[in-house]
Write a protein that binds this ligand. Sequence first.
Ligand code: PNS
Length: 160
Amino acid sequence: MSVTAVCPGSFDPVTLGHLDVIRRAAPLVDELVVTVVENPSKQGLFTIEERLALIDDQVADLPGVRVARFQGLLVDHCRDLGASVIVKGVRGAEDVDYELQMAHMNRRLTGVETVLLPADPSLSHVSSSLVKEIARLGGDIGHTVPTAVRDALLARLATA
Ligand code: PNS
């Protein structure tokens, strides 16, 4: 039986932390769908299309990985795709607490399981929101995102 997993997130924008989790999760399953979850009540720095393109560019060489977008309950998306697993990265205890609650809720809703991958320690300080803040304030974000994402971020902030 083939296993499809969903790796969901806002990805505004995708970071090296996200990409590390995606690269490590991909060989564990037959298909990994990286899903940009749309939150209509939250205005992102990048549009959903831009986020998808930035991720797509980085995962193009990974077999069995594709990108998708979704708005609604994550468990419905998993059901639509026939995905039995949700994959999330966790950077520390706070992430684990937050993710556990969602994992229990999602399993209660449809039985979908969640696999939590510990972030690589070298990336455990990286988050999209911090990357945006550092970039806005003129700091170096080169160690946190791929070059194409850094360029897109600096270009966006220059026009914002
Ligand atoms: O990158 P983020 O913002 O931490 O991702 C959080 C996300 C989008 C994965 C989470 O908020 C989510 O699953 N949203 C979809 C709506 C949903 O299913 N909510 C109930 C979760 S138990």
